[in-house]
Design a protein around this ligand. Structure first.
Ligand code: S6P
Ligand code: ZN
Length: 183
C-alpha cells in the first residue's frame, strides 16, 4: 500500500509546527548529568524548572526509505558558564546522517565520534550543518535569542543517548566574557 502524501506548516522564526504528531519538551531537570556545574542546574530546577528545548515532529513509519523531520527551539541561557544545549545522541543505527538547517538565533552543532574525533559548526540563519553517519551531535545556543532549526534524517535512525550520558562530549562551550569558548 502506498503512503498518502502530506504537508505541514512551519513557523520558521517561532520554531513551531502546525499539527505535530509528537512534541518533545525537555526541562532543566531532564538535563541532569549533562552540565559540569550540577549545583547551578539544581538551582535552575528549584527556580521553576524552565523549558530547555522543544522538538516538533510529524510521525512517519520508522523504516528505511522514510524521512523524519523536525523543527526545534533551544532556549537561550547558561548553567553556570555553560550555554544551554540539547542532550545529544548517536543514532541507534550508526550509519545514518542528519542535516540541520538553522533558521533563527545563533549557536553551534558539536559533534564527536566514538574514535575520539571532535568537530563543531557554527549555526545561524541559512547555515546548513551536515552531520555525517557515526557522529554524535548536540546543539548549543550561544546567542541571546532562541536557536531554531529544522532537521531531517532517516526515519529508522533511532536515538542512542546512553553513550553520551556515560561519556559526554570532549568539549564544553562556555561563556567567557560574553563570547563562546570551547574548553
Ligand atoms: C534527531 C535529531 C533531533 C534531536 C533534537 C533534540 O535525530 O537529532 O530531532 O532529537 O534536536 O536533541 P536530543 O539530543 O535531546 O534528542
Ligand atoms: Zn540525530
Amino acid at each position: 500500500m502506498v503512503m498518502t502524501p502530506f504537508a505541514t506548516q512551519l513557523d520558521l522564526i517561532e520554531g513551531t509546527m502546525e499539527n505535530p504528531d509528537r512534541v518533545v519538551v525537555r526541562h532543566a531537570s531532564d538535563m541532569r548529568g549533562h552540565y559540569k556545574d550540577a549545583d547551578a542546574l539544581e538551582r535552575l530546577v528549584a527556580a521553576g524548572d524552565p523549558v530547555h528545548y522543544r522538538v516538533y515532529e510529524k510521525a512517519v513509519p520508522e523504516v528505511p526509505g522514510q524521512l523524519l523531520f523536525c523543527v526545534s527551539i533551544l532556549e537561550p541561557g547558561t548553567v553556570g558558564r555553560e550555554y544551554f544545549m540539547t542532550k545529544g545522541h548517536y543514532h541507534s543505527v550508526p550509519d545514518t546522517a542528519e542535516a540541520y538547517l538553522a533558521l533563527h538565533g545563533q549557536g553551534y552543532m558539536l559533534m564527536k565520534t566514538a574514535q575520539g574525533d571532535c568537530a563543531w559548526e557554527f549555526m545561524m540563519r541559512g547555515r546548513l550543518v551536515y552531520v555525517p553517519p557515526h557522529w554524535a551531535h548536540r546543539s548549543i545556543n550561544t546567542g541571546r535569542e532562541r536557536l531554531v532549526s529544522f532537521c531531517v534524517y532517516p526515519a529508522h535512525a533511532g536515538h542512542n543517548y546512553g553513550d553520551i550520558e556515560a561519556q559526554g562530549f570532549p568539549k564544553r562551550v562556555v561563556d567567557q566574557e560574553g563570547r563562546p569558548a570551547f574548553v
